[in-house]
Design a protein around this ligand. Structure first.
Ligand SMILES: Nc1ncnc2c1ncn2[C@@H]1O[C@H](COP(=O)(O)OP(=O)(O)OP(=O)(O)O)[C@@H](O)[C@H]1O
Ligand SMILES: O=P(O)(O)OC[C@H]1O[C@H](OP(=O)(O)OP(=O)(O)O)[C@H](O)[C@@H]1O
Length: 216
């Protein structure tokens, strides 16, 4: 039986290590095996907290539906999903940015630019604001491949070190938004468990001090 009072959805993948470090800094007593286990549900012995380990892109879904009270998700995933959750804390981890990129010599003869992306909602919003009509091509990864093989004129994707762009001969044309991971909360959970959630939020804010990216 789940005696846990608070369920937190954690993103597996590249955010996970940073998120665990931050939780430990915030005082959560995560066991050493937390980062290596293949279990997807982990209850703490010391406190009434349950962690569920989800694919990063699915974290806002678990939180919106209330399967988790809290979650950690990238700003990119939050914007793209449009899920109805409260964004409580900029955790300042897994920083990167979203950019338009392509081949340096790119000149399209297409009436509409073809844009490959894992983020069709963010990309379409960006081009709508610019008053440009584009054809979006949804891909699931290796986005940088698309302009090189002629599938698309440009990409909208995440850039961190810039290594992937550089090694594939692409350049950045526009910077769309800065990204970091956020602590999100289910609105109903927040109403029902406000005191406990506020305590967690406070601890997380303290733990993240000095790691903000300075944007929203
Ligand atoms: N190169 C990067 N450097 C830093 N942070 C990144 C980078 N790429 C993505 N991120 C951030 O980390 C989050 C999770 O990325 P991750 O690659 O683990 O998940 P994913 O893209 O869903 O991958 P997968 O499909 O392999 O599970 C992204 O939503 C984004 O906020
Ligand atoms: O600027 P960099 O430090 O090179 O990082 C950027 C790369 O990281 C992400 O890809 P990821 O590693 O998640 O792979 P995938 O999207 O191709 O699965 C992103 O989609 C870029 O391809």
């Amino acid at each position: 039986m789940n005696k846990s009072v608070i369920t937190i959805a954690m993103p597996k993948g590249r955010i996970f290590g940073d998120a665990c470090r931050l939780l430990r800094n915030a005082g959560f007593q995560l066991p050493e095996t937390f980062e290596t286990t293949r279990k997807l549900i982990l209850d703490l012995d010391s406190e009434p907290f349950r962690f569920i380990l989800a694919k990063p892109v699915d974290v806002p879904t678990y939180v919106e539906y209330g399967a988790a009270d809290l979650g950690i998700a990238g700003k990119d995933v939050l914007l793209e999903s449009g899920r109805d959750v409260y964004e409580m804390v900029d955790l300042g981890i897994s920083k990167c940015h979203m950019a338009v990129a392509g081949l340096p010599q790119h000149q399209s003869r297409n009436p509409f630019l073809k844009i490959a992306t894992k983020y069709p909602n963010i990309a379409s919003d960006f081009y709508r604001r610019r008053g440009e009509q584009v054809d979006l091509i949804a891909l699931n990864g290796s986005i940088e491949l698309a302009p090189i093989v002629g599938l698309a004129d440009a990409i909208v994707d995440i850039v961190s070190t810039g290594q992937t762009l550089k090694e594939n001969g692409l350049v950045e044309f526009d910077r769309l938004l800065d990204i970091s991971s956020r602590l999100i909360v289910n609105p109903v959970s927040y109403r029902l468990k406000k005191t406990l959630i506020d305590q967690i939020v406070e601890k997380m804010i303290k733990a993240t001090e000095g790691t903000k990216v300075g944007m929203d």
